[in-house]
Design a protein around this ligand. Structure first.
Ligand SMILES: NC(=O)c1ccc[n+]([C@@H]2O[C@H](COP(=O)([O-])OP(=O)(O)OC[C@H]3O[C@@H](n4cnc5c(N)ncnc54)[C@H](O)[C@@H]3O)[C@@H](O)[C@H]2O)c1
Length: 392
């Protein structure tokens, strides 16, 4: 009893031995299936968060690596994943989705080279990998101050667990450290040789000191167990997929400007920062991982702005009517920050390529989509500790 309706025949496939499929139709269906699978294995699928296609190379076994990215569903991690996937590597993301979002990597979920594991790095895990980019840790002050004990556990126990894994499977591991290890610096700009000026008991200490001890653990494992390590000291970074409620300067200023609301500056705005676009950071991380240099390397854009200048620039680019409003300074906010990147230039042949203006243009477009998706209003997070919106 064979149906004449091809849809019926397709949908009944495998359900009854007595239903036969026309051989030509079957071949066509299989060919289409194979073509679909090949297409899916060669590119990302556009999603609201990533509304374009990223193509993936086919790498031979010799060059293809298994790469673990902890915190890969976060802002920086998801851009790193895009680059590693496009190069043709196998990528495993470990994330507990505290500040990260599945939407940041949703465009890869179908791809055979990609795996996503919900896992908290404070618990050990066994995996076979060649390289580990260890990024898991909330990075914005309101978010890392929300649960300071957990932030410390993430940097200490999380890094110990990843180092233990690297040691067991002989993987090279890169730590995403931070310019915050310099604290409120008394040397300007900050070279890697500067030891920092950090308040060990202040509100930022859970993050700053957590990263400092994470660096210490990296070098202890190198000395004692020959683990291959890399340490990136990352300076302020911005770009699409920043958490809209993370309360950082770039996200807040853009969101406030786009909604014509007051732009809030904590302090008199004379404090300085240097801002790098996320694509530059990703290039720096990959160069550092694959180079030979194993001492800490600053990765940042040395273009320095006062916060007030930066707010004015963003307001202008958003063609906004917002007023700039000054609020009391927050505790332990560094007064100046500027990357000395001579080591990166010399040792890994890296320097930023994207201007702040180019980067801001793309970031503003992203936040325009976020504001629309939120129904036209996002209330930016202030400087106080706050649970990330959508955290689970
Ligand atoms: N963005 C910056 O300007 C900047 C500057 C310096 C350093 N860094 C470092 O780079 C890394 C990434 O920062 P980001 O801006 O992408 O932050 P982010 O908050 O967007 O990403 C961090 C990711 O780690 C995940 N995570 C947090 N705790 C975890 C845990 N215990 N187990 C598993 N996953 C966990 C989060 O869910 C998130 O996906 C962080 O280590 C941060 O310290 C970032």
């Amino acid at each position: 009893m064979s149906s004449t309706d091809p849809m019926k025949r397709l949908s009944s496939h495998g359900s009854s031995a007595s239903i036969e499929e026309d051989p030509a139709a079957k071949r066509q269906r299989l060919e289409r299936f194979v073509a679909d699978q090949q297409l899916l294995a060669s590119q990302s699928i556009p999603t609201p968060q990533t509304p374009y296609v990223i193509y993936t190379q086919r790498l031979s076994e010799v060059y293809r690596k298994k790469i673990l990215v902890t915190g890969g569903a976060g802002f920086v991690g998801s851009h790193l994943v895009d680059r590693l996937m496009s190069e043709g590597h196998e990528v495993v993301v470990l994330d507990n989705f505290f500040t990260g979002r599945k939407a940041n990597v949703e465009h890869w979920l179908h791809h055979p080279n990609f795996s996503l594991v919900r896992h908290d790095v404070i618990q050990p895990i066994l995996l076979e990998v060649d390289q580990i980019y260890h990024l898991a840790c909330p990075a914005s002050p309101p978010h890392y101050q929300y649960n300071p004990v957990k932030t410390i556990k993430t940097s200490t126990m999380g890094t110990i667990n990843m180092l233990g894994l690297a040691k067991r499977v002989k993987a090279r591991i890169l730590l995403a450290s931070t310019s915050e290890i310099y604290g409120d610096p008394t040397v300007h700009p900050q070279p890697e040789s500067y030891w920092g000026n950090v308040n060990t008991i202040g509100p930022r200490a859970c993050y700053d000191e957590g990263k400092r001890v994470a660096e210490t653990m990296m070098y202890a494992y190198k000395m004692q167990n020959d683990v291959e390590i890399r340490v990136a000291r990352i300076f302020n970074t911005f770009g699409p997929r920043m958490h809209p409620n993370d309360g950082r300067v770039v996200s807040n200023f853009i969101i406030q400007s786009l909604q014509n609301k007051d732009i809030t500056i904590y302090g008199d705005g004379s404090q300085t920062r240097s801002f790098q676009y996320v694509d530059d950071l990703v290039s720096g991380l990959i160069k550092l991982m694959n180079g030979n240099y194993d001492q800490p390397v600053n990765i940042g854009n040395p273009d320095e702005y006062s916060i007030k200048e930066f707010a004015t620039k963003i307001r202008g680019m958003c063609e906004s009517q917002s007023e700039i409003k000054f609020l009391p300074k927050v505790a332990d906010d560094p007064t100046q920050r500027k990357a000395d990147i001579r080591t990166a230039k010399r040792e890994i042949d890296w320097e930023p390529m994207v201007t702040v203006d180019e980067g801001l243009k793309k970031t503003i477009e992203y936040f325009q989509r976020e504001v629309e998706a939120a129904g036209g209003e996002i209330v930016p997070t202030g400087p106080d500790a706050a649970k990330p919106k959508g955290a689970n």
